[in-house]
Write a protein that binds this ligand. Sequence first.
Ligand code: PMP
Length: 456
Amino acid sequence: TNPELSDHTEKSASLYDQACEVIPGGVTANIKYFKPHPLVMERGEKSHLFDVDGNEYIDYLLCYGALILGHGHHSVFEAVQNQMTQAGTTIFGTPHRLEIEMANKLIDLYPGIEMVRYTNSGLEATQLALRIASAYTGKSKVAKFEGHYHGGYDQVLLSVNPDESKAGLDAAPNAVPESSGISDHHVKNTLILPFNNINATEKLLREHAKDLSAVIIEPVQGGFIPAKQSFLNGLRKVTEELGILLIFDEVKTGFRLGLGGAQEIYNIKPDLTALGKVLGGGFPVGAVGGKKEIMMISASNKGRDILTAGANNNHKNEVLFHSGTYNGHPTVLAAGLATIHVLEQGSMMKDLISKTESLRSQLESLYASKNIPMKTVGIGSIFNILFTKSAIENYRDMKHADRNLREKIDYELLKLGIYTKPLNRYSMSVVHTDEDILATVHAHEKAIERVVENES
Ligand code: PMP
């Protein structure tokens, strides 16, 4: 049976029908769809969203975690307006000061970042990081972890959410394409590793070391399943030993576990880091940062830099292509810098994290009081709700959770004004209030009554 939304979403339904005429599936990213139709939003205000039918929601999607300051933060609006007014334009297409200012900020905050290049999305950032790794090491294969998402391109769009029947052994997962149209070349050349299992990971890496340029990892899978410290320590050690670069994809974790991302919390220096989301203050952005010696391989202008900055001699004459009309967009960087400045004020990050922990523990107590096995899984300002008692350490463990119950609760929550796409994780912002948290816990209580107590 189709889950139902409220009776008050007729305008969303009608706009969705119109969208379907001109946009395949009616959505601009497949992930935005849910049954019977997605909700069409019209306005945001702080932690709240308003749809075209006038329904109000407390927003926990926050544009997939990008809006850490919530909707319409005055510092971001002012920074964008001032930047455009002072520059007299939206973009120069030339070098400008904010590129340097943001790079210095990232170098200050991220232990693994000594130099920076910009892109326009998280996808492009991970893609550039992988190319840099390949060019630097002279090796062509890459390794990624099962269940980890790095953007929707062929090289890494494998085994993100694989069908159990195709996924293979726990200790040696198969490369399963997530989409039709993915080249066989990448199915063969991308090694899939089991997250949080250091022995199996190490064994696979040793077997393939001579071909592997890089291991890319979400240090916190999906933004909510943390790597074990011993696992990341082991991964850092073995990649270093084998001459494989370690890439942290911090597109979700950047500015969300702390200002310096997962690498600061875990005290591990990756060779390369991909950033996105929060970095753009709500505008499209990505960045790659890393060790100077490695990053210098993208300085293909063979100007002063490549001769003086200690670039690896072996690569002096090779050209690494990196380009993009909008890279380092000044308006976007102004929004990103304004966002970081707000996060740096006082106890902003600490308060955001304790607010998140408070919501998590209130929800856990509520479900415990109703005898429903539920746990929140997360770290920093993102978490997920899983209906299970089992430990959740990787993609396969999530299969133990009751998705059906979660989906039913999520649809009731939507009707009660709590917005997160059904089955999606919860992201918090600095502008979520105590009242929001209280209302969210109450909505869960009502949703439980409707779903569980009415059924029994
Ligand atoms: N890596 C991670 C860990 C992500 O979560 C995402 C986006 N959800 C990406 C890469 C891709 O970023 P974008 O959507 O900006 O291309």
